[in-house]
Write a new protein. Sequence first.
Lengths: 231, 231
Amino acid sequence: MRVVIATCSVDYAGRLTAHLPLATRLLIAKNDGSLLIHSDGGSYKPLNWMSPPCVMTTLEPDETAQEAGVTELWRVTHQKTADTLVVSIHTIHSDIAHDLGDDPGLIKEGVEAELQRLVAGQLEAIDDGLSLVRREYPTAIGPVDVLARSSDGTAVAIEIKRRGEIDGVEQLTRYRELLDRDPHLRPIRAVFAAQEITPQAKTLAADRGIECVVLDYDALRGAETPGDTLF
Amino acid sequence: MRVVIATCSVDYAGRLTAHLPLATRLLIAKNDGSLLIHSDGGSYKPLNWMSPPCVMTTLEPDETAQEAGVTELWRVTHQKTADTLVVSIHTIHSDIAHDLGDDPGLIKEGVEAELQRLVAGQLEAIDDGLSLVRREYPTAIGPVDVLARSSDGTAVAIEIKRRGEIDGVEQLTRYRELLDRDPHLRPIRAVFAAQEITPQAKTLAADRGIECVVLDYDALRGAETPGDTLF
DNA sequence: GATTAAATTTCGAAC
DNA sequence: GTTCGAAGTTTAATC
């Protein structure tokens, strides 16, 4: 990896055409040929970048460019897509190279899968009297997160999201439509459960006759007893 | 901005819980307190990060940590959400600081808005005999990209995407449903236009009686005459 | 390999 | 300030 702080301008041509005016920025050249251009702000997204697989070549600026103050030209190209990124470097303030080696990678937990597992084990968080039929209940267009039965025997399709948005309601609507064709399941009750639900999603759900439940992750986690994980 | 190459392990607790085992990585501390942790691979997304607004503090490792080889501890916290990122540094290989100043920002062109403008000006790319009613035709749930009329007077709702996926078909379906309630427009013909359309989106569109058109961006751009931009 | 859904998404605009 | 859709999205899972 090579890390450079330089005053430069940047041009990109690919999915779109973009230009960065002359300024001082952080350039990160990774071993796979990819390049990131960061400013001292914004979030983790670079101002501009080139994704691997790609190749970086350093070239001499032509006379016109030299007169404009360009001392070095970096050209990064993606062979397949013909995307090209050109960095016109005026001044290099710092230039560091270091071999990082492979990274063991991120170990994470606590995402949607766990939320689904928690809800499946504590259906009372959705409604009283529900019993689990199965998680990831298959349909022609993909599995429903949870299928359950109410105490009166009605089938309940539950879609679980971390953030409930309009797309999730659409997804659940499609599942319900398919499940409703099964005479053993019809009529389906549909529940949209998420840690947070946008107002628009709530409105659409209400319009479609879909119930909304806001989940409390900490409460679900806290209520889980060690024994629950055995089932 | 401070740029450090260090052998470290990282722990994050917030939306999820995550851990990075000991390895050599690039640490970028931006002026707004945010921190990025990059490996020598992957795309532009860091292995781990903390988004602004947040505060970074450097602390002395306790005795246990020191015995484990930790020479420095960085704690980055987000006040509102209580997210916390802790970097346990064992060895610093490089440590650079540089004031970058504000960035003028990216100038870009060629995104969906332009695609919409091009199609509105060249409705023959959709079908022969169409005439523009208006772009961004308003409905209760948001504007339809383009509303046009066929030569026989039928209203045509056109949804334009760069990449046509199932969501776009759902969106267009909702628009058509609403527009169909207007006696001056009914019955609505719906067209889903995109540079690429996924098979599943095509299938759903066909099932809903929505036409699909694959757009050729370069052709649209090339066919545009200077005069067209006046209208 | 293609496709789909999720992301600690981020980013920008409209309301 | 919220909310919502788009992104040169990226990434992981699934077919």
